[in-house]
Design a protein around this ligand. Structure first.
Ligand code: NAD
Length: 264
């Protein structure tokens, strides 16, 4: 039911945080994994650490916003592995200042008149348009081999109306959720299942490591029904489930993993 041995897997943004956890759980269960990441130093280090543990992992330095490079990198994986079975569209960037702080106070830096236009464009490009590019190349390859799994990292930010994580981040993730539903409809007939994982706050490097700051962490912890924020380890079971035969009747879903934070 959870057998992913020999599967050919791509993880974008897999050199850190949640993406690294996806790469680890897939490789630990016998899949062949290629990590795409823009950060060459972290990518080298993660690939070295993972291959030292005897996992079948390699990396390509790829900016997910660079469309010709993405096409080339997908083709290189198909060439090396013979096919592409599972793609995690995960790379994402810093949210920028929210209009509200985690403590619920107004933050003038996040007010719309103060937002930097280049920041808006960059967040929408990396966090939304690059997911489109990733799905496009995944579908192109998976259609040739009779199906596959596409798993997108969204966020509970898509469902929150008041911005605590940066104004462009929230519509980018809401767009991702819609794209997942639409792509599930378009690609289901080809045996390609498309789902989203929607994390709440997880302890990673995103947002300049803001969640590692004790004051911010405390505010986010108090939102969780179980009194803590997520660790990338927490996401491995769900990632494996969505990549494995066990989830063969699941598509177009956005699965929340947030310690119950959204219920507050
Ligand atoms: P992270 O910063 O630890 O990891 C992100 C990785 O993506 C890094 O390795 C980074 O180098 C890579 N990356 C960034 N821009 C890239 C680009 N243009 N091309 C290729 N790689 C790029 O952060 P994370 O928290 O693990 O984030 C992973 C995903 O999870 C993101 O989509 C993020 O929006 C989402 N998410 C995170 C949280 C959280 O609280 N950490 C919550 C909800 C959703």
């Amino acid at each position: 039911m959870f057998d992913v041995r020999g599967k050919s897997v791509i993880v974008t943004g897999g050199a850190s945080g949640i993406g690294r956890a996806y790469a680890e759980v897939m490789a630990d269960n016998g899949a062949r994994v290629c990590i795409f990441d823009i950060d060459a130093g972290s990518l080298d280090q993660v690939v070295a650490e993972m291959t030292a543990g005897n996992r079948d992992v390699w990396g390509q330095v790829v900016n997910v916003a660079d469309r010709p490079r993405m096409a080339e990198a997908f083709d290189a994986v198909a060439e090396k592995h013979g096919r592409i079975d599972v793609v995690f569209a995960n790379a994402g960037i810093d949210a920028g200042p929210g209009f509200m702080t985690p403590e619920g106070e107004r933050n003038p830096e996040g007010a719309i008149e103060n937002l930097d236009d280049d920041h808006w464009d960059k967040v929408i490009t990396v966090n939304l348009s690059s997911v489109y590019t990733t799905i496009k190349h995944a579908a192109r390859h998976m259609k040739q081999t009779g199906g596959g799994r596409i798993i997108v990292t969204s966020s509970i930010a898509a469902r929150i109306n008041e911005s605590i994580v940066g104004t462009p981040y929230m519509p980018a993730k809401a767009g991702v959720d819609h794209l997942v539903r639409h792509m599930a409809m378009e690609l289901g007939a080809f045996g390609i299942l498309v789902n989203a994982i929607c994390p709440g706050p997880f302890m990673t490097n995103i947002a300049g490591g803001r969640l590692k700051n004790p004051a911010d962490r405390k505010a986010f912890e108090s939102q969780s029904l179980i009194g803590r924020i997520g660790d990338p380890e927490d996401i491995k079971g769900l990632a494996l489930y969505l990549a494995a035969p066990a989830s063969s009747y699941v598509t177009g879903s956005q699965i929340v993993i947030d310690g119950g934070s959204l219920l507050r």
